[in-house]
Design a protein. Structure first.
Length: 291
């Protein structure tokens, strides 16, 4: 099942399964910006990462003396969400803790995902509520993929990434899928970064972000572009499968990150973990703007 929202410029479609965006299309040109989820490359469009981002060492973590197992990026992307509210230009979905989630994640939670069209873009807002009397530990992130090239007359290599503000950012390299924090360096986000498939040879490019950050996928040969902007997300990833020459790229804002290579396995000690007190609500958002 899917839900469609629209305004004068765009039509966006969201699936109940995973509450993920499945389409962002221009009314004027018919151009599809969101990745089509071709399973030959990657069979998802824009999954929600919750209650972890990235992978856990040995696929497991410990909490209050017990060991639990979670797959990469958690379980929300594979669960059916409840439709809470819908208007012409906005929709809200919700996922709550149940017996299935508590078998792998022993917390009460309420996750609300809100999509709203505004002008030439989509705002995505996450609200995590803690209805319990104990602290809630979690991570959350977005994983939207975008078609590159956006039109058939161009190639992947015709595009570049532009960063705003244009400054160097700390980059966190991956080693066997985990963060090697000891090898962090300054990444060259103080200039445009030309896209090549080889840049993803070691998996995703991962950066720390502080304050308002915007990443734009653009080409000097086209008037069409996609931007992802966020503020309250301390990390972001940029990813495309390798060695397949995949015709898309993901811009991923994260409030959380994969385990480090020396992670203890204790959830409370996990790098980037969010801690939410009883009856508190965590809110973060990002915006996708298209041209």
């Amino acid at each position: 099942m899917t839900v469609t929202i629209e305004n004068g410029q765009l039509i966006a479609t969201i699936a109940h399964h995973g509450a993920q965006l499945t389409s962002i299309k221009s009314k004027a040109t018919g151009l599809e910006y969101l990745w089509t989820a071709d399973p030959a490359y990657w069979g998802r469009h824009a999954p929600i990462l919750f209650p972890i981002v990235g992978s856990l060492k040995d696929g497991s973590y410990r909490y209050q003396g017990k060991t639990y197992h979670l797959p990469q990026h958690g379980f929300a992307r594979d669960r059916d969400f409840q439709l809470v509210e819908q208007s012409g230009e906005a929709v809200t979905f919700c996922l709550k803790a149940d017996l299935q989630s508590k078998a792998v994640y022993p917390f009460d939670f309420e996750l609300y995902v809100h999509y709203e069209l505004g002008g030439e873009g989509v705002q995505v807002r996450y609200e995590v509520k803690n209805p319990a009397s104990e602290e809630l530990l979690f991570s959350i992130g977005g994983h939207p993929g975008f078609n590159v090239p956006l039109t058939e007359d161009l190639t992947f290599e015709d595009y570049y990434l532009a960063f705003s503000p244009m400054k160097s950012r700390i980059t966190l390299p991956l080693k066997d899928g985990f963060i090697d924090a000891a090898q962090k360096t300054l990444g060259a986000t103080n200039t445009n970064l030309k896209l090549t498939h080889e840049m993803f040879e070691n998996d995703a490019l991962i950066y720390e972000s502080k304050g308002l950050t915007k990443i734009t996928i653009a080409s000097d040969k086209s008037p069409h572009s996609v931007s992802v902007a966020f503020n309250n997300m301390p990390y972001f990833g940029i990813w495309s499968p390798y060695p397949k020459e995949s015709p898309f790229i993901c811009i991923e804002p994260w409030a959380g990150i994969a385990d480090t290579i020396d992670a203890t396995g204790e959830l409370a000690d996990k790098l980037g973990i969010q801690k939410l007190g009883p009856e508190e609500t965590f809110v973060t958002k990002y915006a996708i703007t298209v041209k």
